[in-house]
Ligand binder design. Structure first.
Ligand SMILES: C[S@@+](CC[C@H](N)C(=O)[O-])C[C@H]1O[C@@H](n2cnc3c(N)ncnc32)[C@H](O)[C@@H]1O
Length: 248
């Protein structure tokens, strides 16, 4: 299976979860939901473009000028530039960058793994959301990373992950840390959120070797397997990522 196929397949559970969170926004006079969305650490805006294509407005906050330049190009090509704004900045500067309590939904995907201050990041996220607004929080899970490395023959990295307090597999690991359900839930609660749902993302697609998914039918089955597994409590620790839905 190619990377592209993996990416498409991987995003299905997450995108479905984000769409459900968008349904919590008010409906305009035209009958359409119009959410004000912040994508914190939104990078090059893959998700921002999809959300803006549904008619919502998105502010992407990211410290990387390169990512924001790519975002501008991407939004122009997709015809959604009028609804997507890029703001250069750090998570902990959010209060100075955006109006307080202005957002209906804030995405924080793949960010807690790389920032200096986890709790300060989530507190800043809470400050940008209106009361009752939603947080979409995606984090990489360490138990799944241990399993994936052990199954792929990298037992030394799996061992390192198990032993390291930050759950990194080595000095070249691009992530500063990995979390688990208990840790990320505790952080969200401490930052003032109520967690309403936890879903597993890429439960099996991260583990199945690409070579064994040869056809569209195989891919469809794997997608269905991931979708079913997303809500099975016992399988959550095996998911490569956890998607928390939370309310401010
Ligand atoms: C792994 S990428 C995730 C990008 C995107 N959210 C996604 O899910 O594809 C992490 C992103 O966090 C951004 N980032 C790093 N440090 C940050 C910080 N202190 N505050 C906000 N964003 C940060 C990076 O520039 C990068 O775009």
């Amino acid at each position: 299976m190619s990377k592209d196929r993996s990416g498409t397949r991987a995003s299905a559970v997450l995108w479905d979860g984000v769409r459900r969170l968008l349904e919590g926004c008010a409906t305009g006079s035209d009958g359409q939901r119009r959410c004000s969305v912040v994508d914190l650490g939104g990078g090059t805006g893959g998700l921002a473009v999809r959300i803006a294509s549904l008619g919502h407005t998105v502010t992407v906050v990211d410290p990387s000028p390169d990512a924001l330049a790519a975002l501008a190009q991407r939004t122009a090509e997709a015809g959604v530039a009028a609804r997507v704004r890029g703001v250069q900045g750090d998570a902990t500067d959010l209060a100075a960058l955006l109006p307080a309590a202005g957002a209906d939904l804030l995405l924080c995907h793949g960010v807690l793994e790389v920032v200096d201050e986890l709790l300060a990041t989530l507190r800043a996220a809470a400050g940008a959301l209106r009361p009752g607004g939603s947080l979409s929080l995606l984090v990489a899970q360490w138990p799944a990373a241990v399993l994936a490395r052990a199954l792929s023959g990298s037992a030394a990295q799996a061992l390192r992950l198990l032993e390291d307090p930050d759950r990194r597999w080595g000095a070249a690991d691009p992530l500063r840390r990995r979390l688990d359900r208990a840790a990320v839930t505790a952080l969200a609660v401490e930052a003032g959120f109520t967690v309403t749902q936890v879903e597993g993302v890429r439960t099996f697609s991260e583990l199945v070797p690409g070579a064994s998914v040869g056809s569209d039918a195989d891919l469809d089955l794997l997608r269905r397997l991931d979708a079913q597994a997303a809500h099975v409590e016992e399988l959550l620790p095996l998911a490569a990522h956890l998607h928390l839905h939370a309310r401010r």
